[in-house]
Design a protein around this ligand. Structure first.
Ligand code: GTP
Ligand code: MG
Length: 235
């Protein structure tokens, strides 16, 4: 079964060749029919160019350079739309997510045992390395605030896979703060499986966390709560 992994990038020129090599090796070693789509928002460090130069070596690599749009969620959704696979997924470019977990994440989707699989930091054997206490605490608070939206233990995770039909005919906000959470709440995913991952802080490049991140987050979860409430009322 075909798999497309979307890698959203913004100023990741140093990380992207390392990640692409690792992912294709994992696809090969596990006999997975895997593709990669890099969605780059015209990075000033020319990540798109570095990515395009990798295409000769990796025929299953595509690069989408967006010059008219910016934003992580919309980049991921554009990547999913471009993907021509039954299974799609996303991983951060900054080597925070362990690509070695891809086979474990896609296996339940291939076997038809899940609709959505998630790399989870907050289950047994999962964890976070090198995060300052402040980030650990804010992540926990953010996770607590969405307890009413989903039962998964790490709804803020940015490392996940799904059957593409989970989002067919589903209206998703390209402005949402966390696209995985958006899909978990609005998508047609009945069966979710969490796979433990150890998240590592980025080694190279700068954080894109902006100062209005808390506001973006609050706006996003408010919209999702309203959506869920209105769905219940109309049932
Ligand atoms: N295409 C695109 N990718 C983005 C954008 N913002 C962030 N990314 C990418 O999305 C992924 C996650 O962003 P990060 O900056 O690592 O966010 P984070 O993990 O919350 O924070 P740090 O790791 O501390 O920087 C990385 O691969 C980024 O390069 C964007 O506006 N457009
Ligand atoms: Mg990161």
């Amino acid at each position: 079964m075909d798999i497309t992994l979307v890698i959203p990038t913004y100023n990741e020129a140093g990380n992207i060749p390392i990640l692409v090599e690792k992912v294709f090796k994992i696809f090969d070693d596990n006999e997975l029919d895997g593709h990669i789509i890099i969605v780059d928002d015209d990075s000033p460090d020319q990540t798109w160019k570095v990515a395009e130069n990798l295409k000769d070596k990796y025929p299953n690599l595509e690069v989408l350079r967006r010059q008219d749009k910016r934003g992580l969620s919309s980049a991921v959704l554009d990547g999913f739309q471009l993907a021509d696979s039954e299974i799609v997924g996303v991983i951060d470019a900054d080597l925070s997510h362990p690509p070695e977990k891809i086979p474990e994440l896609v296996a339940p989707l291939i076997k038809g045992e899940a609709d959505f699989t998630l790399g989870s930091r907050y289950i047994d054997e999962g964890g976070i390395e090198n995060w300052p206490l402040k980030r650990k605490v804010s992540s926990k608070i953010a996770t607590f605030a969405v307890l009413g939206l989903t039962k998964v233990k790490d709804p803020m995770s940015g490392f996940f896979f799904l059957k593409k039909d989970v989002i067919n005919n589903v209206e998703l906000s390209p402005k949402g703060f966390k696209v995985g959470l958006e899909i978990l709440v609005r998508g047609n995913c009945e069966r979710v499986i969490e796979v433990p991952i150890v998240f590592r802080d980025r080694e190279y490049g700068e954080s894109k966390l902006r100062s209005n991140v808390i506001l973006d987050y609050l706006l996003h979860i408010s919209k999702l709560y309203i959506y869920q409430l209105s769905k219940k009322i109309h049932l």
